[in-house]
Design a protein around this ligand. Structure first.
Ligand SMILES: *Cc1c(COP(=O)(O)O)cnc(C)c1O
Length: 471
């Protein structure tokens, strides 16, 4: 009987032709799905043979096991999610999404051959960075600018080229860790530079820096403490005073971090403000606030930028044409003051309170007690503007029998996953980071959830499949 039942299992090849697997093959590839099917068939056979009374064989159960396994693997694929956290540049959610128009605009250059390293006027080998140097000059006033793959590389490159075997003076208040495992003192050690600490956690003065300068000092590194803020009795040096008083053999470098150029974000010192104050080099990320692709940029004195570009590590750090083309496109749009050149941080943080309230009303409309509009706050996040919060509107979800944690989990597993936050034991969705077109999706998914709940059948993640079916 048992053996007969098992012989009803189709061959793997036949099984792969089942309609329910075709979207998974499309998303995950045929070999990955074939292995998942094999694994599930073997597992199910074993379970059944071990305990045929309790686990009677059914093809339907086998298929649902296979589908669940495929679903779980599919969740690991990089995919769009809805950010309901109110944290605009969210490190776990891909930081700054690119503007769709900017992305569109570079399709042609990236899907064809390009003049990446040929000078079209002379036919000779050309520079990789194209027009970016000039564009950045208008945006941030640096004489020259170079691009690497991320800002961590910028810092390493500056230290390695300028301060290897020499001393770098850093304030004790700025020896920070940025994200997972990236610590300023560690990267300094890696680059072969010697750290000289000055000041205290809360106070560092211009004299602290000047007193620490020796003949062997190569650099003063100022790090914008962008992912935390020390409040109260604090003092950091005026960059202009420091620039004026430092001896010529010491390079004044600033890790600005977020990359603020023309964006209208008060209280975040811009890259240009550091250059104007006399910094020799300023480095920053290409995505966080400026709104481009992940990249790092170093701008400042041309003689120093040229040196950095000749460093052998530049070969390892140099970005692809995808990055250059996106940055060029973005810079032009910024200089032309187009909305599409703003970047997500500026676009989101400058939303009017009434716009956010309207979005919350649109989302909540018709859901009665289930969705309640509450006041909340948004932040830029991602290592920018640590102290700054702006008013926002959120929608609080009343999911009756579900705990907040369970509801978050269910939402993460929706067809278009949603990342919410828990406030006062309830799940909230913050409209600051939710776009207009996402409201429709959210309403559909919430409606399906509430509908299932009414019928008493949505208690765990597997039921997200039912949500999907209901939409
Ligand atoms: C974000 C940040 C970095 C790291 O930038 P990546 O682009 O993630 O490498 C370094 N320094 C500061 C001050 C930052 O804010």
């Amino acid at each position: 009987m048992t053996i007969n039942a098992l012989s009803a299992i189709p061959q793997i090849g036949k099984m792969l032709e089942q309609a329910f697997l075709s979207p998974y093959i499309e998303r995950l590839s045929q070999p990955v799905v074939a292995d998942l099917v094999r694994e599930q068939v073997n597992g199910y056979k074993k379970d059944h043979l071990r305990n045929p009374e309790h686990i009677p064989f059914s093809l339907e159960t086998l298929y649902s096991r296979i589908e669940r396994a495929c679903w779980q693997v599919n969740q690991q694929r990089l995919q769009r999610v809805i950010n309901g956290t109110g944290v605009i540049v969210h490190t776990n959610l891909g930081r700054s999404p690119l503007d769709a128009d900017v992305w569109q605009a570079v399709t042609e250059v990236n899907t064809h051959y390009s003049n990446l390293e040929i000078d079209l006027t002379t036919g000779k080998r050309g520079k990789r960075k194209g027009l970016l140097q000039q564009l950045m000059h208008y945006l941030v006033k640096g004489e020259d600018t170079l691009v690497v793959n991320n800002n961590a590389s910028s810092i390493y490159l500056m230290l390695h080229e300028i301060a290897k075997g020499k001393e770098v003076i850093v304030s004790r208040g700025e020896q920070i860790q940025i994200g997972g495992g990236f610590r300023i003192p560690d990267i300094l050690a890696l680059s072969g530079a010697k750290l000289v600490e000055v000041g205290t956690t809360n106070i560092t003065t211009v004299d602290d820096y000047l007193d620490a300068v020796t003949d062997n000092t190569a650099m003063v590194l100022i790090v914008h403490t962008s992912n935390f803020k020390i409040r109260g009795f604090t003092q950091s040096p005026d960059i202009k005073d420091l620039a004026d008083l430092l001896p010529d053999h010491v390079v004044l470098a600033v890790d600005q971090g977020s990359g603020t150029t023309t964006e209208n974000l008060p209280d975040e010192p811009s890259v240009m403000s550091y250059i104007k104050a006399g910094a020799d080099l300023v480095c920053f990320s290409g995505d966080k606030i400026i709104g481009g692709p992940q990249a790092g940029m170093v701008t400042g004195k041309q003689s120093l930028i040229k040196r950095l570009e000749k460093n052998p590590m530049m070969r390892a750090f140099r970005p692809s044409r995808i990055v250059y083309s996106l940055l060029e496109e973005l810079a032009v749009r910024k200089l032309n003051q187009l909305k599409t050149g703003q970047g997500i941080a500026e676009r989101s943080i400058t939303q009017a309170e009434v716009t956010l309230e309207n979005k919350a009303q649109q989302l909540a409309e018709g859901f009665g007690e289930r969705l309640r509009i509450v006041r909340s706050e948004m932040t830029v996040g991602g290592g920018s503007l640590p102290d700054q919060q702006s008013p926002s509107s959120s929608v609080e979800v009343n999911a009756i029998s579900l705990s907040a944690d369970k509801l978050l989990e269910i939402m993460r597993n929706w067809p278009l996953p949603v990342i919410g936050v828990i406030k006062h034991d309830r799940v909230q969705l913050n409209l600051a980071t939710i776009s207009d077109d996402e409201i429709t999706y959210l309403r559909q998914q919430l409606a399906a959830l509430f509908d299932l709940q009414l019928r008493g059948s949505c208690s765990n993640v597997t039921d997200t499949k039912k949500v999907e079916a209901a939409i």
